[in-house]
Design a protein around this ligand. Structure first.
Ligand code: GRG
Length: 295
């Protein structure tokens, strides 16, 4: 299968839907809606909603339109990046080749745009109840996302990351940070789709194994790109981790070992899909692309 084409097709579906669902930029207060749209349409890869859709496909689930749920995952991801870029956190001026949200709209508006994206994501997840999603499964899927984006995932990872700044940390501590900060939302994308599809426990476990390993590989390649990536393709300066004295996979293990670990993680991710049919091919191909990504 052509994974590039797959990504293009799904991304254009997701973008159309995001455009419909987000408040229009001329709606008052314009600055809020413009800031939300600015960051959402700044050119992200849409990995999390694409993973969500690919998981539905892997489980042959096509009955309802769950696109708003997929979009909600992208809104949560975008909020996390807006807040992560703030002066109180990573203090970054550029993301995806554009000024960061606070550089463009000011700090207060960037904080509020992030807050609005996060809270609105819950409206979007709930909206799929009108499209026929089974109420019990929907509640469980929303709980899954809330936990992994929050106190059982991303927030814990971010807090631990900040606490670890300028400290020597072990590989285990680094893994903990990234399992939560980056991996948890990736895992929530796969698991929420599986839950909504009515997957049995065994399938859910396998897909969780896939997603956890994909998250590890994704973070390792992110760290590697910050050392040897192309600034133009990344849309941000490289070397920012070293400048901030952040512990990363390459700083702890070197580039070669980091590459080998990423490859191992992708192989493990693919192993978890071994019993699945060709419907899981998009998930398999996404796994492979993570290793060769340039942005
Ligand atoms: C502020 C609560 C809070 C959390 C922030 C995810 C995160 C936590 C911060 C981002 C820091 C970072 C750059 C982590 C590396 C992995 C990662 C999440 C990269 C960005 O994701 P992509 O590459 O982004 O999917 P695009 O731009 O494609 O949407």
């Amino acid at each position: 299968m052509d994974i590039k084409k797959y990504f293009q097709e799904k991304t254009s579906l997701i973008n159309e839907q995001l455009d419909c669902l987000l408040p229009k930029p001329d709606l008052k207060p314009q600055i809020l809606h413009q800031a939300m749209r600015y960051s959402v349409f700044a050119g992200g890869k849409r990995l999390r909603p694409v993973l969500f859709l690919a998981t539905l496909e892997a489980l042959d689930y096509r009955e309802t339109d769950l696109l708003p749920f997929a979009c909600a995952l992208e809104l949560i991801h975008t909020y996390s990046l807006i807040h992560d870029d703030l002066p109180a956190m990573d203090n970054d001026d550029f993301r995806r080749g554009l000024l960061t949200c606070h550089k463009k709209f000011g700090e207060a508006q960037a904080i509020l745009a992030g807050d609005a994206l996060l809270t609105y994501s819950f409206n979007l997840m709930l909206a799929v109840r009108e499209k026929g999603a089974a109420p019990e499964r929907l509640l469980q899927a929303i709980d899954e996302v809330a936990s992994r984006a929050g106190l059982k995932g991303m927030i814990i990872g971010q807090v631990t990351d900040i606490e670890s700044e300028n400290k020597d940390i072990s590989l285990e501590e680094l893994k903990f940070i990234h399992r939560n900060k980056t991996g948890a939302l990736i895992c929530a994308a796969v698991r929420s789709a599986a839950i909504l599809s009515g997957a049995d426990e065994k399938t859910l476990e396998k897909l969780t194994g896939y997603a956890e390993n994909l998250g590890i590989a994704f973070q390792i390649t992110d760290d590697i790109l910050d050392v040897i990536g192309d600034e133009k393709k990344l849309g941000k300066p490289v070397g920012s981790d070293a400048k901030k004295r952040k512990a990363t996979y390459p700083s702890l293990l070197g580039l070669e070992k980091s590459r080998a670990l990423a490859e191992e993680a992708v192989n493990r991710a693919l192993w978890f899909l071994e019993d699945m049919t060709s419907s899981a091919d998009p998930l398999r191909e996404i796994g492979k692309t993570v290793l060769h990504r340039e942005a």
